[in-house]
Design a protein around this ligand. Structure first.
Ligand SMILES: NC(=O)C1=CN([C@@H]2O[C@H](COP(=O)(O)OP(=O)(O)OC[C@H]3O[C@@H](n4cnc5c(N)ncnc54)[C@H](O)[C@@H]3O)[C@@H](O)[C@H]2O)C=CC1
Ligand SMILES: C[N+](C)(C)CC(=O)CC(=O)[O-]
Length: 485
C-alpha cells in the first residue's frame, strides 16, 4: 500500500490536487457527490498526464491508485493527508470538516479556500489544530505555489509536516505568517480583477485588450521576477530608492479605483461574459486548458534551465526524487535515468517526434546520469564538466504525440577522462532509438580534457564495473549505412 491522500470536493481544484498527488505516486481517494465528478476528474487527469511529466528530468514514480469513495468516512480512512476543495461557502466547509474529524481528527487537513482565514475555518471544529489553509493555484498540477496559512491554534510541527508533504509532491509552500482575508496572492488578483472590471464597464478597454496588456508585457515579467525585483531593476542603477522617488508621487494621482467595487449585476456579467465569448468562444474550455498547460510547460522549462523562480522548485523536486530513486548499489541493468512525454512542439511535418528531440531525450538521460555521479550543476559551476565528443543515433521506431519515453543508460567503458555510454530511448518495451555517446571530462577554464574528480570517479566506477556484466549491444561501434546484423 502506498501513501494515501483524500481529496474532498473534486471540481476544478480538487481534480488538480488529485492529479498532482497521483502523478507523484500517492494513492488518492476522492469524495464528491456530483455524479459528473468522475468524468471531470478523468479529464483533468488526462491534461495533467499530458503535461506534468514534461517538467521532470528524472523518472516519475509509478502513478498512484485513484478511487472514488461513496462517503467522506471511506475517503479519509487511512489517509496521511486530506485536502478539502468544496465550494467556497463557510457553512459547507464547516459541515465537511465536522464529518472528516468524526473519523480522522488528527489527520492533516488542508483547505483550498481562496479567501477564508484559518481561524474562521477552525470555528466549532473537533480539532482546530489539524485544520489550516493550503491555497493552490489553477492548474494545481503545474503551478507550484501553495499558500500555507496557519492560525495560532496550529502546532508548528503539524504545519511543518504539511509543508514537507507539499514539497514531496513538487509544490512550493509559502508560509503566510499572519492570517488575513484572501491570504497574499488573491489580494493582488482581486485588485487587478476589480480594476479590469472597471475598465470594461467604463468602456475603456475590452476583455481582449486587457489580456493583451497583461500577456504582451508585465505578465511576462511577473512570472519570472515578481513585483519588487522587477521594479528594483526599473529604478536603474540606483535601484529601489530611485524607483520609489520617481514613481511614489503617482500614488496621489487618480490612476486607480482599486478600493472601489463596480456594482455586481446582470448587466456587468453580460458585458464581461459577452466580450469573453467573442474573444475566446471559438476554443472549448478543455482546449484552452491544453493551450495554457503547454505554454506553462515552455515557461517553466525555461525557468528550470536557468534555475530561477519556479524553475528552482522543479530542480529541487527532481533532486529529491533522484535521490530516492537511486539508493543502494547500482543495479546490474541499464539505469533508468529519465522519463519524458512527447509534447506538441516536438512533432515534425511527418507527424512524429522530430529528430532533434531524440538527441534531446538522450541528453536528458545522460545529464541525469551525470547528476547521479556527482557531476551536476554544482560541479559545472566549480569549473568541471563532461562534454559530448561524439554521438551516433539510430532511429528504430516512431514516437508519437503523447507517448511516454524512458531513457536508460548503460556504461560501456570509462576511465579517468572518458565515458562511453549507450542510451536506449524506450516506449514501453519498444526501443525507439539508441544513442551511443563518447563524453570527455574537461577543465572548462583550461578548455581541455582532464581527469574527473575522485568523488565523481568513486560513484562512476562501481556502476561501470557492474555494467561490464551486461551484454554489449550489437550496434555499438556501428558506422552509418552499415548493414544490420
Ligand atoms: N477555481 C479556482 O481558480 C480556485 C479555487 N480555489 C478554491 O478551491 C475550492 C473549490 O473551488 P473549485 O474547485 O473552483 O470549485 P468547483 O465548483 O469546481 O468544485 C467544487 C466541488 O465541490 C463539490 N462539493 C460540494 N459539496 C460537497 C460536499 N459536501 N462534499 C464533497 N464535495 C462537495 C462540488 O460537487 C464540486 O465538484 C474553493 O474553496 C475555492 O475558493 C482555490 C484556488 C483557485
Ligand atoms: C479566483 N480565485 C480567487 C478563485 C483564484 C484563486 O484562488 C487562485 C488562482 O488560481 O487564481
Amino acid at each position: 500500500m502506498g501513501r494515501k491522500a483524500a481529496i474532498i470536493g473534486g471540481g476544478v481544484i480538487g481534480g488538480g490536487w488529485a492529479a498532482r498527488f497521483l502523478l507523484n505516486g500517492w494513492d488518492v481517494a476522492v469524495f464528491d457527490p456530483d455524479p459528473q465528478a468522475e468524468r471531470k476528474i478523468g479529464e483533468v487527469l488526462a491534461n495533467a498526464r499530458a503535461s506534468l511529466p514534461a517538467l521532470s528530468d528524472v523518472p516519475m514514480p509509478a502513478e498512484g491508485r485513484l478511487t472514488f469513495a461513496a462517503t467522506i468516512t471511506e475517503a479519509v480512512e487511512g489517509a496521511e493527508y486530506i485536502q478539502e476543495s468544496v465550494s467556497e461557502r463557510l457553512d459547507l466547509k464547516h459541515r465537511v470538516f465536522a464529518q472528516i474529524q468524526q473519523v480522522a481528527p488528527d489527520t492533516l487537513l488542508g483547505s483550498s479556500t481562496s479567501g477564508f482565514k484559518p481561524s474562521e475555518l477552525q470555528q466549532q471544529a473537533a480539532n482546530p489544530g489539524s485544520i489550516f489553509v493550503a491555497h493552490p493555484f489553477n492548474p494545481v498540477y503545474l503551478l507550484p505555489l501553495a499558500e500555507v496559512v496557519p492560525s495560532e491554534k496550529n502546532p508548528a510541527d503539524k504545519i511543518e509536516a504539511a509543508k514537507e508533504i507539499l514539497r514531496e509532491i513538487g509544490m512550493f509552500p509559502l508560509h503566510i505568517r499572519k492570517e488575513i482575508d484572501a491570504h497574499i496572492a488573491d489580494r493582488f488578483l482581486e485588485a487587478v480583477w476589480r480594476e479590469a472590471l472597471w475598465l470594461v464597464k467604463d468602456g475603456i478597454a475590452t476583455t481582449e485588450e486587457i489580456d493583451e496588456a497583461i500577456r504582451m508585457g508585465f505578465g511576462l515579467r511577473w512570472g519570472q521576477m515578481g513585483l519588487f525585483e522587477t521594479y528594483r531593476v526599473a529604478g536603474g542603477e540606483a535601484g529601489m530608492k530611485h524607483f520609489m522617488a520617481q514613481f511614489g508621487p503617482c500614488l496621489q494621482w487618480p490612476w486607480t479605483k482599486l478600493t472601489d467595487v463596480p456594482e455586481f449585476n446582470d448587466e456587468l456579467v453580460d458585458l464581461i461574459a459577452g466580450q469573453s465569448d467573442a474573444q475566446s468562444g471559438h476554443h472549448s474550455i478543455r482546449e484552452l486548458e491544453r493551450i495554457r498547460d503547454s505554454n506553462l510547460i515552455g515557461f517553466l522549462r525555461a525557468l528550470k534551465d536557468r534555475n530561477w523562480g519556479a524553475g528552482k522548485v522543479l530542480r529541487d523536486h527532481d533532486a529529491r526524487r533522484a535521490t530516492a530513486f537511486h539508493t543502494g548499489e547500482p543495479a546490474g541493468a541499464p539505469l533508468v535515468m529519465a522519463q519524458m512525454q512527447v509534447l506538441p512542439g516536438w512533432i515534425d511535418y511527418n507527424g512524429h517526434m522530430t529528430e532533434s528531440r531524440y538527441l534531446f531525450a538522450a541528453s536528458e538521460t545522460s545529464d541525469a546520469f551525470l547528476r547521479l555521479i556527482g557531476a551536476g550543476m554544482d560541479y559545472v559551476a566549480a569549473g568541471h564538466s563532461y562534454y559530448t565528443a561524439e554521438t551516433h543515433i539510430m532511429h528504430l521506431d516512431e514516437a508519437k504525440l503523447g507517448d511516454r519515453l524512458t531513457g536508460t543508460l548503460q556504461v560501456l567503458s570509462s576511465d579517468e577522462k572518458r565515458l562511453h555510454v549507450f542510451i536506449r530511448i524506450q516506449k514501453g518495451d519498444d526501443t525507439v532509438a539508441t544513442v551511443e555517446q563518447m563524453l570527455l571530462h574537461v577543465d572548462m577554464k583550461a578548455g581541455k580534457a582532464c581527469p574527473a574528480a575522485p568523488e565523481v570517479l568513486a560513484r562512476l566506477n562501481p556502476i561501470a564495473e557492474a555494467h561490464k556484466a551486461l551484454p554489449r549491444p550489437a550496434s555499438v561501434g556501428r558506422h552509418v549505412g552499415q548493414r544490420k546484423q
